[in-house]
Design a protein around this ligand. Sequence first.
Ligand SMILES: Cc1cc2nc3c(=O)[nH]c(=O)nc-3n(C[C@H](O)[C@H](O)[C@H](O)COP(=O)(O)O)c2cc1C
Length: 219
Amino acid sequence: MRRVLTEFDARRLLAGAPVVLVTTRWHGVANVMPVAWNMPLSHDPPLVGIAIHPSRHTYDMLRLSQEFALNVPSRRLMNHVQYLGTVSGRDVQKIEVAKLPTFKAQRVDAPLLEGCLAHVECSVEEVLHLGDHYLFVGKVLAAQAEREAFEEAWLLEDDDYKPLHYLGGELYAVLGERRQAHLRTSEEGSAELEETAEERERREEEEAHRQEQQEREER
Ligand SMILES: Cc1cc2nc3c(=O)[nH]c(=O)nc-3n(C[C@H](O)[C@H](O)[C@H](O)COP(=O)(O)O)c2cc1C
């Protein structure tokens, strides 16, 4: 049975990108805020987007410094993420209070956070006003990741080396196992969907179930 949702629930259905800690620095003062609404936008040039509400201190920091870094935390920093998303850099020096060690970025002034799995350094390329948020489009200037965590894709071998995903409220998740998809290649060289025995069995069972339900409703 399907559940009817409100249009505001759609954002949570789409939750699932790794949450990132956005660091900024302006006039020697650094700040950090978690951002769940982030996404890749272009392959070449490499562009990424972060949706930032104008009430955030980070919004001002981005406008002023025109650059930022994304730091991908693991579950080890989950409570830090929640804290950093609850207080504002306007009131608290969050990096110091949370005792987060930092290190120097390669291309931006914003600090990088130790203990995170990956780091992406960006310059602000464009800012788009969308609804009640602003999409800051960042051009990727440098990127690095922990070897145990990432090699071409997230490895997902060890829970402490998996990115953290935000589900909303105070809920987080980590991904389970990595799975490999398989397609068959036709004689002409195009990709074809190959149904496994298990998938066929499930499809036939579901078809029979749907048919049964329809017949019951017609009676
Ligand atoms: C896990 C998590 C994800 C969040 N994602 C976003 C987001 O994508 N965009 C946004 O504007 N605020 C987001 N927030 C809220 C900000 O992080 C929060 O308002 C923060 O305190 C702002 O900090 P600042 O004022 O120091 O910039 C998120 C909060 C949490 C806990």
